[in-house]
Ligand binder design. Sequence first.
Ligand code: HEC
Length: 127
Amino acid sequence: MKLIIYISLILSVYFSTPSPGVLADNNLETGIDLLKRCSSCHALGDISNNKVGPSLYGVFGRRAGKVAGYKYSKALINSKIIWDETTIDKYIANPKEYIPGNKMAFWGIKSIKERDAVINYLKIATE
Ligand code: HEC
């Protein structure tokens, strides 16, 4: 439950240092809310915990299809993608279009703002 601790930490910092620019932006809630959807299929803070999807712990900078013990689709393994802000953004925008034949049953997030938000918090939660 490292993620919950992280989130409460972020929230307490957020609310104790109000700044008009930050408060006007709902990026934080959006990111945390969307990340919950990812974490229903993916562990974020524990590399040895594969759920429906592989653990995303340390995913930034890693090649696709490399978590031990997880049975990936051939499409994902053969994609040779390195996961970073750009590739994760393209994948979660439309998983089926970015890697045809992959098995992530996720509808995709159409809004760039929402994808930005979720990727920001994915970074924190998976490092
Ligand atoms: C319904 C379950 C489900 C949801 C929800 C889901 N995923 Fe996935 N995800 C998967 C599965 C299954 C795979 C493996 C795909 C394959 O092998 O083809 C995967 C693979 C991935 C990978 C590649 C990991 C690797 O080791 O190469 C990334 C990155 C990823 N998902 C990110 C996300 C993010 C970010 C979200 C939330 C916005 C999300 N996923 C939501 C099921 C899900």
